[in-house]
Write a protein that binds this ligand. Structure first.
Ligand code: SF4
Length: 336
């Protein structure tokens, strides 16, 4: 069953802000999923005498700001739609605007009611920016069912209940109060990311398919795969340390530290900088045995399956180098 989602972009607010700040030439940057919906906004800006430029590069998150494009295209400002501020950077002003979906969540919740009630009595809700607006209404429904509901607050995000794939402070702040977590949004990346950080159950309500998924099996599969990668990495002689150059992914100190740790075990290590990484490009480094990812966790969680060589995160590298045990890494969760 597929559900019709309604997307809301704050076109009037964007137009007002651009005009009031006197910007004459703006670059619009959005994730690919929102690009079909921005034509009306473009028309409004054009009618107000503003020259509109469009970013053609991929846009995966708030970490990824089109500063180079804006500078080269001589834009006065970047209109970044669909993510909230993560890091302040560059000389070009960046204006952030939400894009939120609404969906008939009552219907989806009714379908999932039995499974949700079975998971426990206390729950924390979390979501990515696109669905965070629905959380309060979902809270009311769950409370009517007799559940105790928490929506945490955290750092580095704009709304209560909001997570990024690299920031789970919101749900983790209320972890000790709840029996389980309920994610509202599409895709497995965000709920799996939390499942890897907690021993509590994580359920994911997908508003697009109107279905509920328990993340336990995906977590088990990820841990099995990573365990195999760690075993393989122990034999590695040459390591490539991936350094994301996007403003919100750039962790050079961490990458340098990782390189030193590897070299201290008499192995070779090289830093590899990138802005947009396709795992296929890594395979051309045929003489590198293992990659260590210090950039976006999506690369380790979702994309690493696409290449045969191990891609570990820094914590997994410590296990491969024998500096931490596997049991410490997975905590009490040791079903592999
Ligand atoms: S680093 Fe990855 S998870 Fe974090 S904001 Fe960027 S795209 Fe999202």
């Amino acid at each position: 069953m597929f559900i019709f989602l309604h997307l809301r972009i704050e076109e009037e607010a964007i137009q007002r802000e651009v005009i009031s700040r006197g910007f004459k030439r703006v670059l619009i940057q959005t994730p690919e999923g929102l690009r079909p919906y921005i034509k009306e906004l473009i028309e409004k800006l054009r009618k107000s005498g503003v020259t509109v430029l469009l970013s053609g590069n991929p846009c995966f998150g708030a970490c990824n700001i089109a500063l180079t494009e804006a500078e080269k295209l001589r834009a006065d400002a970047i209109i970044h739609i669909g993510h909230s501020l993560m890091v302040s950077c560059g000389n070009t002003p960046v204006l952030y605007f939400d894009a939120m979906y609404t969906f008939p969540f009552e219907e989806c919740l009714r379908k999932a009611e039995e499974q949700i009630k079975k998971a426990g009595r206390t729950v924390a809700l979390f979501s990515n920016l696109q669905f965070v607006e629905c959380l309060e209404a979902i809270r009311s429904i769950l409370e009517n069912w007799g559940l105790e509901v928490y929506i945490g607050r955290g750092t580095g995000v704009k709304y209560p209940g909001q997570v990024l794939g690299c920031n789970y402070t919101v749900p983790l702040n209320v972890e000790s109060y709840v029996d389980f977590f309920l994610f509202v949004g599409d895709g497995s990346f965000h709920p799996l990311g939390l499942a890897l950080l907690t021993n509590k159950r994580v359920l994911a309500l997908n508003p697009v398919t109107c279905s509920l998924k328990d993340m336990s099996e995906l977590k088990r599969r990820y841990l099995r795969r990573i365990y195999a990668s760690i075993v393989k990495a122990r034999e590695g002689k040459v390591f490539g340390v991936l350094v994301g150059l996007e403003p919100g992914q750039f962790r050079l100190e961490l990458a340098e530290g990782v390189k030193k740790l590897i070299e201290a075990t008499s192995r070779e290590a090289y830093l590899i900088g990138f802005t947009h990484l396709d795992t296929g490009f890594l395979e051309a480094y045929t003489w590198i045995d293992v990659f260590v990812n210090t950039a976006c966790p999506r690369l380790s969680i979702e994309d690493s399956e696409r290449i045969a060589k191990p891609i570990l995160n820094p914590a997994e590298l410590l296990v491969a180098l024998g500096l931490t045990s596997w049991e410490e890494y997975v905590g009490e969760y040791s079903e592999t």
